[in-house]
Design a protein. Structure first.
Length: 156
């Protein structure tokens, strides 16, 4: 089953890109907040490379705490970009769990999960896309009603 049908049964595609001057933006969708964040990770790594060529053979655990959902999206994408830059990894599989933390005035949301991929091999295996330099807060949004949509713009 291809990536467009694997998880996002109610949508034609898990994400789509939109034009932004000197940057790239995307909308990621999901039937749940977790799925929308998973598709946001997939969208970002499809900017960097074609994730169809990235095998899910190395697993990394991630954990992020933030005060609101927009900050959580930013921090999550920032963590993925950090792992990409420092460990020289590409990711193609995302399993995310988001929970609201009660009984605290700080860090009200927690994202935890695993991301899977492999080491970058630009010479023989992976297709080089655009280099993502940074995540931006500009126009970042998280909305959930009957389904969830997240919007982000990446600095190229």
């Amino acid at each position: 089953m291809d990536k467009f049908n694997k998880k996002t049964a109610n949508f034609r595609k898990p994400y789509e890109f939109f034009d932004v001057t000197a940057d790239i933006g995307f909308l990621a969708y999901g039937n749940s907040l977790n799925e929308a964040f998973e598709n946001a990770g997939l969208a970002m790594f499809n900017i960097i490379s074609n994730t169809d060529n990235v095998e899910a053979i190395r697993e990394e655990n991630i954990e992020v705490f933030s005060e609101d959902l927009v900050s959580l999206l930013y921090d999550y994408l920032e963590e993925l970009l950090f792992l990409h830059d420092v460990e020289f990894l590409l990711f193609s599989d995302f399993n995310i769990n988001i929970e609201k933390i009660k009984d605290t005035s700080e860090n009200q949301y927690k994202l935890s999960g695993t991301v899977k991929g492999e080491e970058i091999n630009w010479d023989k295996k992976h297709i080089r896309g655009s280099e993502v330099k940074a995540i931006t807060f500009h126009m970042m949004e998280v909305k959930c009603d009957n389904y969830c949509t997240v919007r982000a713009i990446l600095d190229l």
